[in-house]
Design a protein around this ligand. Structure first.
Ligand code: ADP
Ligand code: MG
Length: 331
């Protein structure tokens, strides 16, 4: 595969499996093109993306097609971000591997994060067989809740981070999958988990795990952000009022701000609106013209979710128009 040609902004869609409690009888509202692996039809509208994954796609297939090419870019010094968004219950956390189970996750269910770490650690090990260079891997874990960022690995995870210090986050060394599990467990226990009437485990916050690759001289080579966004469903379906209504507004603000930042970067504007949202503030160093950005839109097969599915696909369509043009760096 010629990764030199990888588009800087890529958009993929993944259809979730049927939720058993809603019944298996009805056909999916999503029709995939039998010929192309990147097209689908919903409600008589055609959509074309970089990839369109059916619900039968495996975690491994999704990783290999969508994320593995980013790891190549990471080791060339490019900032990389993979971001899942969509309605609650459509497999964002499952896809990104942002889950902590009491039982170890079976290999086939491993999501993006552990697979990505495995790839990165394998590369570092291979590099070190051939050179004396010592590369270090660390990771941070941040939650964004109601337009405030929380450092989930810090000793005071309940205090919002001061915006100007979003870049100085707590990092833990990652040398194994066990280290990653410990990081996820610590971070998850600190997360604000809030019930909605759609999914008892659903979270109204964005979660960002960032893997940092450090060179021997202490300089950061690049970072990979794995972002699990809060459910994008409209507030009317969550059954909350007040604070939760405000949360609903903030959830979409982050996604829209990413669009605006990338458009400003592509247009070469002098001022990039990073400060429009806390999500873009936290991701500022990774959203540059030297960045690779991958969106995974997670959608439901159920007809009762049609409105949310269309709104998720609309955002995906707008993201598909985004362009960045990273230049090969002299390293
Ligand atoms: P979200 O983060 O979008 O709210 P989850 O990732 O928590 O959704 O998924 C909801 C449930 O569906 C979880 O129990 C998850 O394990 C399961 N699930 C989602 N996608 C898949 C899939 N492709 N294969 C198997 N199980 C899945
Ligand atoms: Mg989730």
């Amino acid at each position: 595969m010629d990764n030199g040609k990888l588009s800087a902004v890529r958009v993929a869609v993944r259809e979730a499996p049927f939720r058993s409690f809603l019944g298996r009888q009805e056909p999916s509202i999503v029709q995939f093109s039998p010929q192309a692996g990147n097209s689908l039809v919903v409600d008589q509208n055609d959509y074309h993306f970089d990839h369109a994954f059916r619900s039968s796609v495996s975690q491994e297939q999704l990783y290999d097609a969508l994320i593995q090419p980013l790891v190549d870019k990471l080791f060339c010094g490019f900032q990389c971000t993979a971001m899942a968004y969509g309605q609650t219950g459509t497999g964002k956390s499952y896809s990104m591997g942002m889950v902590t189970d009491k039982e170890p996750t079976k290999e086939e269910h491993l999501g993006v994060l552990p697979r990505c770490l495995r790839d990165i650690l394998d590369r570092v090990a291979a590099q070190q067989e051939n050179t004396a260079e010592r590369t270090r891997i660390t990771a941070s874990f941040i939650e964004i809740y109601n337009e405030k960022a929380f450092d989930l690995l810090s000793t005071s995870p309940m205090d919002p981070m001061v915006t100007s210090r979003c870049q100085s986050r707590t990092c833990m060394p990652l040398a194994s999958q066990q280290d990653l599990q410990r990081l996820l467990q610590l971070g998850t226990s600190n997360r604000h988990v809030r019930r909605t009437n759609m999914n008892a485990k659903s979270s109204r916050s964005h979660a960002i795990v960032t893997i940092h690759v450090w060179q021997e001289d202490g300089k950061e080579l690049a970072r990979m952000n794995i972002v699990d966004l809060a459910g994008s469903e409209g507030v009317r379906r969550t059954g909350h009022e007040g604070v939760a209504r405000q949360e609903g507004v903030n959830i979409n603000l982050g996604l829209l701000s990413i669009n605006k930042v990338v458009m400003a970067l592509a247009a070469g504007h002098a001022v990039i609106p990073y400060r429009d949202s806390i999500l873009t503030t936290v991701l500022q160093e990774s959203l540059t013209s030297q960045s690779y950005l991958t969106f995974l839109a997670c959608i439901s097969p159920h007809s009762c979710d049609l409105t949310e599915t269309i709104s998720t696909l609309r955002f995906a369509k707008s993201a598909k128009r985004l362009r960045l043009n990273p230049q090969q760096m002299n390293m």
